[in-house]
Design a protein. Structure first.
Ligand SMILES: NC(=O)c1ccc[n+]([C@@H]2O[C@H](COP(=O)([O-])OP(=O)(O)OC[C@H]3O[C@@H](n4cnc5c(N)ncnc54)[C@H](OP(=O)(O)O)[C@@H]3O)[C@@H](O)[C@H]2O)c1
Length: 245
C-alpha cells in the first residue's frame, strides 16, 4: 500500500523539512509536536491545504505511516498505543549529554533504533532519514531513474515495513539501500563514514563542533549513489555510539 497521509511527530527541523518535501510530492501530512496544534499554525499555513496539525496521538492514529522526528531522549513519550500496528520511521540520532545518556547505547549493546523499537513494541520501526539533514533533503530529491538520484540507508526488522518506507522515499525523490536489521543500523549511525558527510562533502578544517553542525545544516546537498551507500556501509567499523557536542 502506498502512503497517502504521513503523520509527523516532532515538527522541528527534520519533521518540518520532511513534511515540506512530502507536501511537494503530493502527500497529505499531519504535523504534531509537544506544544500542541496551535503552535503549528504558521507552518500549516505555509505548507498549504495538504497539511494540518493535530496532537501526536491523533497524528499516529490518522496516518498511514508515521515519522517520529523527536529527540531520542523523548522517545519514551511517543504515543505507544496509537503507534501499535503502524510503520514508524525513526530518524533519531543518539546525542548523549552531561545530563542524559543510555548505558546500553554507550556499551554498544543496542542500536538507538533497537531502543526505540523496544519502547514501540507493537510498531514496525524503520530507521532512515537520520543520516541526511533537511537542507540536503530539499536539495537532492530527483525523479526515479535520474542519473544523480541520491540513495538513503534504511534498516528494519520487518521486510514489508521496509518496503513501505522505501516506497515513501521513492515518492519523496530518493532511492533506498537496505542495510539489514535494526541491530545492523549502527553502520549508518553517527561516527560512521555514511553519516551526514557524504551528503554535504568535506567541511572546512578548523571548525568547532558547533560551527561544524551549523556548516552541515547549511551546506548544499551532494548526490550520493546507491553503490556509494553500500560501499560506505560495508566500510563501517563500530566505535563509540552517539554524536557528542
Ligand atoms: N537537525 C538535523 O540535521 C537532523 C538530521 C537527521 C536526524 N536528526 C534527528 O531528528 C530528530 C529531530 O531533530 P530536529 O533537528 O528536527 O529537532 P528539533 O528541531 O529540536 O525538533 C524537535 C521536535 O520534536 C518535538 N518534540 C519534543 N518532544 C516531543 C514529545 N514528547 N512529543 C511530541 N513532539 C515532541 C518538538 O516539539 P516542541 O518544539 O513543541 O517541543 C519539536 O517539534 C532528532 O532525534 C535528531 O537526532 C536531526
Amino acid at each position: 500500500m502506498s502512503t497517502s497521509t504521513l503523520g509527523v511527530i516532532g515538527s522541528g527541523m527534520v519533521g518540518a523539512g520532511v513534511a515540506r518535501r512530502a507536501v511537494d510530492a503530493g502527500l497529505d501530512v499531519i504535523l504534531s509536536n509537544s506544544r500542541g496544534p496551535q503552535s503549528l499554525a504558521d507552518l500549516v499555513a505555509e505548507l498549504g491545504p495538504r497539511a494540518r496539525a493535530a496532537t501526536p496521538a491523533e497524528a499516529a492514529r490518522a496516518a498511514d505511516l508515521v515519522l517520529a522526528a523527536v529527540p531520542l531522549a523523548a522517545h519514551e513519550r511517543l504515543p505507544r498505543s496509537e503507534l501499535a500496528g503502524k510503520t514508524v520511521i525513526d530518524p533519531m540520532n543518539y546525542a548523549p549529554t552531561s545530563t542524559w545518556s543510555v548505558p546500553e547505547l554507550d556499551g554498544n549493546e543496542l542500536t538507538s533504533s533497537e531502543l526505540v523499537q523496544r519502547h514501540l513494541a507493537g510498531a514496525r520501526v524503520v530507521k532512515t532519514l537520520h543520516s541526511i539533514g533537511p537542507k540536503q533533503l530539499l536539495d537532492l530529491h530527483r525523479p526515479a531513474g535520474a542519473p544523480d538520484r541520491t540513495a538513503l540507508p534504511l534498516s528494519g526488522d520487518d521486510p514489508a515495513a521496509k518496503e513501505e518506507v522505501a516506497d515513501l522515499l521513492d515518492a519523496l525523490g530518493f532511492d533506498a539501500v537496505d542495510l539489514g536489521t535494526l541491530a545492523e543500523s549502527w553502520r549508518s549511525e553517527p561516527n560512521t563514514p555514511l553519516y551526514a558527510f557524504p551528503y554535504v562533502g568535506q567541511p572546512p578544517s578548523g571548525l568547532t563542533v558547533h560551527e561544524l553542525v551549523a556548516w552541515v545544516q547549511a551546506a548544499p546537498g551532494v548526490p550520493v549513489s546507491a553503490a556509494r551507500v553500500k560501499e560506505l556501509a560495508a566500510a563501517a567499523v563500530r566505535g563509540p555510539a552517539g554524536f557528542r557536542m
